[in-house]
Ligand binder design. Structure first.
Ligand code: IPM
Ligand code: MG
Length: 373
């Protein structure tokens, strides 16, 4: 069967790492129709929209998407880079990858963090974690205000804890909400428990902060306690997010599947990535019920553009996750074996690993190893 796959290079080194991963897919003989699409900073500057409608239509016509990297800047800096004729027209920048996750209901951000034998950057060699990050709600839902409109202010003032802010003017207040839905909590927990069951992990750890953020973190933890009853043989561990960060540095080998909300999961997955080599190895799948976008966790690294320097392994592993999603597990296993072998042999190391291997040399070596796998 031939697949239709959207390729979105995005910004900075996104294009380089995407081509590197495509090279590996081509080398193993995986056949697909690839269609390139527009996303990112260039389109924000030119069109006032980093996620053009044509790109959304393109994604809707494909089986899934492989994505490079994106530059995201805060509101005012973004506004300053808009083409002069687009300024003061009401365009507001928001991250296109966060937008894609919400638009396509990609509720699960799956981020495997495994220590490959021979990687000099491993904190320990026996780490095998998978972070499940809720991907469409929470603090990144985008429900926020500054200044706070009067009708919103009135609603907030009905909460007794707002009394302390009674003297603060609306224009001196900024509010970002943390919204969890029961279904949103269940969707990410379901993904985490199902993964633990399928891959034989004995524990699922929910990392939240219900002792302080009682309502939202509380909902997530209560739903986790209800759901674990459906999974005989899997234990639910509950850890506060701050302590989780400490445990991940202290005893990472004790953990398997971690599950958290959007922002905590964002932070936790960078930490988890670093203990197994850093963002150069960190792959991700944004997975919903009907569509999925695979991407390296790293950003667009503008200072390395055009230098053929960054580590392509994060994107190559994301392509491997894409093959798993498509059910092409035999091909996925070839890429996994090739990555593991190339790291284990240790001849090639990109700059982040302390070496001088280029993006394309690393990708070509993995492609050759995948053909032999
Ligand atoms: C990630 C990134 C993104 C996020 C940014 C680029 C918007 O940090 O995928 O982890 O916060 O989700
Ligand atoms: Mg992040």
């Amino acid at each position: 069967m031939s697949y239709k796959i959207a390729l979105l290079p995005g910004d900075g080194v996104g294009g380089d790492v995407l081509e590197a991963a495509k090279g590996v897919l081509d080398a193993i003989g995986f056949e697909a129709e690839y269609i390139y699409g527009d996303i990112g900073w260039e389109f924000w500057k030119k069109e006032g929209n980093p996620l053009p409608d044509r790109t959304i239509d393109l994604l809707k016509s494909t089986d899934c998407c492989l994505f490079g990297a994106i530059t995201s800047k805060p509101k005012d800096e973004a506004a300053a880079e808009l083409a002069p004729e687009l300024r003061d027209k009401g365009f507001v920048y928001s991250s296109p990858i966060v937008g894609l996750r919400q638009l396509f209901g990609l509720h699960t951000n799956l981020r495997p963090c495994k220590a490959y034998a021979g990687n000099p950057l491993n904190l320990r060699d026996d780490i095998d974690l998978v972070v499940f990050r809720e991907n469409t709600e929470g603090l990144y839902a985008g429900v926020e205000w500054h200044p706070v409109p009067e009708n919103v202010r009135v609603a907030f003032d009905s909460h007794p804890k707002m009394k302390r802010f009674g003297d603060v003017a609306n224009e001196d207040l900024a509010i970002s909400t943390r919204i969890f839905s029961r279904n949103g909590c269940r969707a990410i927990l379901r993904s985490a428990f199902e993964y633990a069951k399928k891959h034989g992990y004995p524990t699922v750890t929910v990392a939240e902060k219900p002792n302080v953020i009682r309502e939202t973190s509380g909902l997530m933890v209560r739903e986790a306690r209800a759901m674990v009853k459906e999974y005989a043989g899997i234990e639910l561990w509950e850890t506060n997010i701050d302590a989780m960060c400490m445990w991940l540095v202290k005893n990472p080998q004790d953990y398997g599947v971690l599950v958290s909300s959007n922002m905590f999961g964002d932070i936790l997955s960078d930490l988890a990535a670093q203990i197994v080599g850093g963002l150069g190895f960190a792959c991700a799948g944004n997975i919903g019920d009907n569509y999925a976008v695979f991407e390296p966790t790293h950003g667009s690294a503008p200072k390395y553009v055009g230098q053929n320097k960054v580590n392509p392994i994060a994107t190559i592993r994301s392509a491997k996750m894409m093959l798993d999603y498509l059910g092409e597990t035999a091909w996925a296993a070839k890429i996994e074996a090739a990555v593991a072998r190339t790291i284990r042999e240790g001849r090639l190391q990109t700059y982040d690993m302390g070496g001088t291997t280029t993006t394309s040399e690393m990708a070509e070596a993995i492609a050759t190893a995948a053909k032999e796998a």
